[in-house]
Ligand binder design. Structure first.
Ligand code: ZN
Length: 485
């Protein structure tokens, strides 16, 4: 609800406070008036009034839970710092995870629903609505307002003003659930183009790239064996050793193709320990270890076996394959920081069977995660396609791997519904918190007035409302600040 303390009576139709433009429309008022006359609205108002404290309680629980989780888990604090505090704002363009287009549309829908519902409930209970309209930033709509007569609302019975206030967050909950239901229908209509493993990433110059595999290919067989999940794919490759070839069958643009993947000739270097011999000797990332002191090593286990016969300080020669050329490096073995008798090179390795360079995603798996109601956490429905693209079947990267009866409408519809669901539920929860002058804070005050009739003075009511507001705001600030403490 917007507050408007400015002059009553004559209201200008268009007000410009550059770069904001306010447009009041009579049309909005007449729509509100007409819907408000429906008999159903008063009953719905009661339902939303009872839902209101539940939404506020859920919001309070979520915030408290987040604060506790941040305090107890360092990894969560790191994660929160990684995604920046801007990710807490529901403003597309500022929050890096809200898509500009779908985000704006969803936010505008949520605000119109919210403000409209306040107005409709007010009219159904005979409380005047002074004006309504849109707020534009230059030409872009950024909000809507419905100006319910504050004085009349104050004079109204607690159960009436309570219903008007509850209508905002409550209508957002209804819109959110409708959007979620639509999204679930869409997810139900989706199937993988073929059952297999989608290639969502390819490492530059990796065996996969050399074999001609590319992004968006769907691998269906590994040497004739069907693979339909990420673990199928990884398990199938584990059977192959250094330098062996694997026949991959995959689907690309409706055609089934076969390419031969050749695994590296030994374990591949994927990282270093700082200030340890391997890095200091000039070994580089992607180098392949071929042999140690002339002994062939074709896996990290074999390397460990050879190393276990040696001790720190021993000088060794490592044969490395770098871009198809063989090179020798001589170095003295260091001792392990935790066990000084253990000799180490200071490298991180992957075995040949893991060094193909393909990032695989089981196409049926991530879809099933959304469909198995009981077994998956409901949090999955809040997973942002922008933050976890490989886990969300309708994200920009994953949507290409699926078909649906919706055809090209699949991606825009799924994303729009997701963002309407996400933004509406967040808007509802935040506005329901007992923070004055948000809807929840105003309703809290109305509740105190009703409960404390003749017992609490207007001043005491103001103090309690103010105290609860300060406590709630502090909790929200704490949630935002803890990752940085
Ligand atoms: Zn509101």
């Amino acid at each position: 609800m917007t507050k408007n303390n400015s002059a009553d009576g004559e209201l200008k139709r268009v007000e410009v406070t550059f770069p904001f433009i306010l447009i009041r429309t009579k049309k909005g008022l007449s729509i509100i008036e007409r819907i408000g006359r429906l008999g159903l609205i008063k009953k719905l108002g009661w339902v939303l009034l009872y839902v209101f404290p539940i939404v506020a309680a859920i919001g309070f629980y979520l915030i408290l839970n987040t604060v506790v989780a941040f305090i107890s888990t360092a990894a969560l604090r790191d994660f929160a710092r990684g995604i920046t505090p801007l990710a807490n704002l529901l403003i597309p363009g500022i929050n890096p995870y809200l898509p500009i287009f779908y985000g704006w549309i969803a936010l505008i829908i949520a605000i119109i629903v919210h403000e409209g519902a306040h107005g409709i409930l007010a009219r159904s209970l005979g409380i005047p609505v002074k004006s309504s309209g849109m707020i534009l930033l230059l030409v872009f709509p950024i909000g809507a307002f419905v100006d319910v007569d504050e004085k009349e609302l104050r004079k109204a019975k607690a159960r009436d003003s309570g219903r008007v206030l509850a209508a905002g967050p409550g209508s957002n909950i209804i819109a959110a659930l409708i959007a979620l239901f639509g999204l679930l229908l869409i997810l139900g209509s989706m199937t993988p183009i073929v059952n297999g493993v989608g290639v969502v990433g390819i490492v530059q110059d990796s065996p996969a790239q050399k074999a001609g595999i590319s992004l968006n290919d769907i691998i269906i067989r590994v040497d004739g064996v069907d693979v339909s999940s990420t673990s199928d794919f990884n398990d199938a490759l584990k059977l192959y050793g250094a330098g062996e070839t694997v026949d991959l069958t995959f689907e690309r643009d409706g055609k089934t193709l076969n390419h031969i993947l050749t695994l590296p000739n030994g374990p591949v270097i994927v990282g270093f320990w700082q200030d340890f011999p391997a890095k200091q000797a000039g070994i580089q990332l992607e180098d392949i270890i071929m042999n140690l002191n002339g002994i062939r090593v074709s896996s990290s286990n074999e390397l460990d076996e050879v190393l276990s016969t040696m001790k720190p300080g021993d000088t060794i020669t490592l044969a490395i394959e770098r871009r198809e050329t063989l090179m020798n490096f001589t170095m003295a073995l260091a001792s392990h920081p935790q066990n000084s008798s253990l000799p180490v090179l200071g490298v991180l390795l992957t075995d040949p069977s893991e060094s193909h360079g393909i990032r695989p995603v089981g196409l049926a798996d991530i879809l099933n995660g959304y469909r198995d109601f009981g077994s998956t956490s409901p949090v999955i429905y809040l997973l942002l396609p922008t933050l976890a693209p490989y886990n969300v079947p309708f994200s920009d990267v994953m949507v290409n791997f699926y078909t649906s009866s919706l055809g090209y409408a699949l991606h825009p519809l799924a994303n729009l519904l997701f963002w309407v669901w996400f933004i509406s539920i967040n808007l509802a929860i935040f506005n329901a918190l007992p923070i004055y002058p948000l809807d929840g804070g105003q309703a809290f005050r109305v509740l105190l007035q009703a409960v404390g009739k003749n017992r609490l003075s207007e001043r005491t009511i103001k103090r309690i409302t103010g105290g609860v507001t300060i406590a709630m705001v502090s909790l929200v600030v704490l949630m935002l600040a803890v990752p940085y403490l």
